[in-house]
Design a protein around this ligand. Structure first.
Ligand code: MV4
Length: 669
């Protein structure tokens, strides 16, 4: 076994690997970019080395810098985590060349899975079921049309070099094949520099099923059951679970055997995942193989009681697998929810900023949190905006789901917008609870999952007002205690004001609406006059700063975060931000009339969909930006005409930069 390993990654996965290494007495070496000097993975490692600027291309993606650190620190092996260099065959080879162990599969296995059509040929050979289709070299359009007609519609055109759904086209009938083939080719050529495509029978309601496999250098290979990752949006996984709802033992062993056969066919060693599509009729088909440890590996760990990073380290150092297939069994049910800094209401636009407040449910045998950030850290545009993975376990799926809902309700993040409430909506959906879902779940149930933003309920406004009043009163009391004249009327904390009724008016901005709250001081608390009701309230702050409130007789605990003028009220799993109106600082920076379209976040322009003079309707996509590995569409705010476009494709722009000017209907350009 190694004495010292280097982790060529950051964030939660670097922390995850360090945790197991530490338990095994292995010393850890971290690497970090400018943006990560104070990151958690750096603090947890035994040693950490700076490797360059924030952009991954200039730091985490530079093999030679990482190999230098490995040599300098005396690390014997490199764990690449996921993403970054984890599926880079040249890097795996370079490690070998430098006398270092790459904790991952042989370069040849990575290469074998790199091309979709080549992977399919290998799998066909090994007897792994494939979706009926065509994946040959002949790319003649007439021949492809004939193949599609033979397969039967609907047919899916996929880019041979593609992945993650890019360059896919569904063809519904023979007549539209030609045009869609041409479009798929163009997209494949511009996206991957390779216009070859393959054809498949299109499955209309498939589930994404994947099998965790492991193999060692001594010819042993086994699987650790399945994960159901069907809850995705735009090819990004949202929730993953194991075992898959409705999976029976017979199907499980057939899929498991197919996955092990796939691993053996490419001489696999280490941790890998074989992805399948599972059709409604119970047929399953090979999709692709991921030659790395995956983000969602914890659900497998929770149901098998195994530590997959420990397995990886054992295999990489030449040990045999720690057990055989027969020694593995499924215990209970686990679900993982990926908590992201993103705004579901704005098409999941990544949200950047400082995590001014971060409180998580307590970890236990039922709740695991894999994270790379702590309160005070920031989420930048440079990397994936995942904040944490919340993993729950219980004896049954129902139990796990209940724990997931409870844990999400306790997850408090202020400073960036998150998907926590969206995750809670999925976890609360009856169809999800019934295990009735496929890869189209989020789209099909979008109305239920993306509720309109509701105005803050009276209770939330009351909690915010009470909090402000209590904090001000506490400040006034400490000022009075520090004063030479303790009994001066100026230090009274009961709202006494010269020549005034004993009341106070607070204005809380809730989105577009200003909500006025009049607070009358009463011996037992405050009588609040809210827009639609009056409420006698009282309360106190506990040691954690939480508000223990009594709202007209109802007792409730809330966490309230006051940052600048923003008050975030978190209670019972819902979070609402109100802005305390400060009459002194009323700058009123409103959006200028006319049409300006600014970058919602820093990023790169990847496509311009309009030209000056184009007449567009409200909602027409205008510009596509890419940030944090995701694409975002900027759409017309109203009907009008594009006046001027200020940037070309490829330009990198800052948040707030005007991208184009726009004249609304009725104005002149
Ligand atoms: C499919 C399919 C239906 N039929 N292939 C999407 C990404 C790529 N890796 C494979 N994908 C799909 N391939 C056939 N023949 C549906 C999808 C698909 C999907 C697959 C897994 C998870 C989520 C998905 C969401 C949309 C489409």
């Amino acid at each position: 076994m190694f004495d010292k390993i280097l982790i060529a990654n950051r964030g939660e996965i670097a922390c995850r690997i360090i945790r197991t290494a530490r338990q095994m007495g292995i010393r850890t070496v971290a690497v970090y970019s400018d943006a990560d000097a104070d990151a958690l993975h750096v603090a947890l490692a035994d040693e950490a080395y700076h490797i360059g600027p924030a952009p991954a291309r200039e730091s985490y993606l530079r093999p030679e810098l990482i190999l230098d650190v490995a040599r300098q620190s005396g690390a014997q092996a490199i764990h690449p985590g996921y993403g970054f260099l984890s599926e880079n065959a040249d890097f795996a080879e370079a490690c070998d060349g430098a006398g270092l162990v790459f904790i991952g599969p042989p370069a040849g296995a990575i290469r074998a899975m790199g091309s979709k059509s080549a992977a399919k040929r290998i799998m066909e050979e090994a007897g792994v079921p494939l979706v009926p289709g065509y994946h040959g070299e002949d790319q003649d359009p007439g021949m492809l049309q004939d193949s599609a007609d033979r397969i039967g519609y609907p047919v899916l055109i996929k880019a041979t070099a593609g992945g993650g759904g890019k360059g896919m086209r569904v063809v519904r009938d023979s007549a539209s094949f030609g045009a869609l083939l041409a479009a798929a080719r163009r997209e494949a050529l511009s996206g991957f520099g390779d216009e070859r495509v393959l054809l498949e029978k299109y499955l209309t309601r498939p589930r994404h099923m994947e099998i965790q496999v492991f193999a060692d250098f001594h010819g042993n290979a086994l699987h650790l059951f399945e994960r159901d990752c069907s809850i995705q949006r735009r090819h990004q996984k949202v929730l993953e679970e194991a075992p898959a709802p409705g999976m029976d033992g017979e199907l499980r062993s057939r899929m498991g055997a197919a996955a092990v056969a796939a691993a053996r066919a490419i001489g696999y060693v280490g941790a890998g995942t074989v992805e399948f599509l599972l059709d409604e009729d119970g047929s399953f088909y090979f999709m692709e193989m991921n030659t790395r440890l995956q983000v969602e590996h914890p659900v497998t760990e929770m149901i098998t009681g195994q530590d997959l990073v420990r397995w990886q380290l054992g295999v990489a150092s030449g040990e045999t697998l720690p057990c055989g297939q027969d020694q593995l069994a499924i215990d209970g049910h686990a679900i993982e929810a990926r908590i992201y800094a993103e705004d579901p209401a704005r098409d999941f636009l990544p949200s950047t900023g400082t995590l001014t407040h971060l409180r998580t449910p307590p970890e236990s045998a039922h709740v695991r949190i894999d994270t790379g950030v702590r309160q005070g850290d920031s989420v930048s545009i440079n990397y994936d905006p995942m904040i944490a993975k919340l993993i729950v376990w219980d004896a049954t799926r129902d139990g796990a789901l209940r724990r997931l809902r409870a844990a999400l309700a306790e997850y408090q993040v202020v400073g960036v917008t998150t998907n926590v409430e969206f995750l809670a909506a999925v976890a609360a959906h009856p169809a999800f609870a019934a295990g009735d879902f496929d890869t189209g779940f989020i789209e099909r149930h979008s109305t239920a999952l993306f509720p309109e933003t509701e105005p803050a309920p009276a209770r939330t406004v009351a909690l915010a007002a009470l909090y402000v009043l209590l904090r001000r009163s506490a400040e006034a009391e400490s000022a009075a205690a520090a004063s030479s004249d303790r009994w001066s009327p100026w230090h009274q904390t009961t709202g006494w004001q010269l020549n005034c009724d004993n009341h106070h008016v607070l204005t809380l901005q809730d989105g577009e609406t200003a909500v006025c709250v009049t607070a009358h001081y009463r011996p037992e608390g405050y009588l609040l006059e809210l827009p639609d009701c009056r409420m006698l309230v009282s309360g106190r702050l506990d040691n954690d700063g939480d508000l223990l409130a009594d709202l007209g007789g109802m007792r409730i605990t809330a966490s309230i975060v006051w940052h600048g003028n923003d008050l975030t009220v978190i209670s019972h799993g819902s979070s609402h931000r109100l802005t305390l109106h400060d009459p002194l600082a009323d700058a009123g920076e409103q959006e200028v009339a006319g049409g300006r379209l600014t970058a919602p976040m820093p990023g790169k322009i990847v496509a311009l969909l309009v030209t000056p003079g184009t007449a567009v309707e409200r909602g027409t996509p205008l510009v596509i930006m890419e940030a944090m590995k995701m694409e975002h569409t900027i759409s017309a705010p109203r009907d009008g005409v594009v006046a001027e476009i200020h940037f070309a494709v490829g330009a990198v722009v800052n948040e707030g930069t005007e991208l184009l000017s726009f004249a609304a209907d009725g104005e002149t350009v």
